[in-house]
Design a protein. Sequence first.
Length: 234
Amino acid sequence: MSDVELVTEPSQAKQTTDYIVVSGDTLWKIASKFNTTSSEIVTLNNLDPNKYLYVGQKLKVPASAAQPEQQAATTYSVVSGDTLWKIAQKFGVTTQAIVDANKLNPSAYLYVGQKLIIPSVAQPEQPTQTTYVVVSGDTLLKIAQKFAVTTQAIVDANKLVPTAYLYIGQKLIIPSVAQPEQPTQTTYVVVSGDSLWKIAQKFAVTTQAIVDANKLQPTAYLYIGQKLIIPSKQ
């Protein structure tokens, strides 16, 4: 009886691909992305299953026909006035996501020019913007009310100092999605005995609203025949 030599076929090495851990990942989530099991990822990487994954950690995962869609990340340079909260709002992510992606101390100060990884899938939605030219009597509050946005939104969009004075002809970016709603206006002709207070009472508006709409001095006298814009009808 002749000896038969048994040849064992070497087991084919499992094809793998590299995956970078992003904020919010767990073994279970990654396994689901790659249609595998948590235990297989643990084995491939000699992981301790009781230890947490960390952002930026490189893992070997089984290569599959359809690779998971990688989470898009963008790099953002900090500008004056930025806070973690403002940046998170701009990119539609949480402050914790930015903290995790950059291994930051949540209480640490940001500095101008600091580069941050924003672990967002999509780029921040750019709001519809309009340009407004400052006219006499304008204030941040008045412009904000006109466009139904906050004064802070205008300050941020234009990198203004909140206490800075506006000047006539200054162009401001208004980061509003919709155009400002135009108030219903009517024209009123002043008659004998009229006062700002009486006209305001007649049209159920404030005297300040009439002053602003007509760019009047609050102490100015009205004259018979004077035409006034009444900015809203109640």
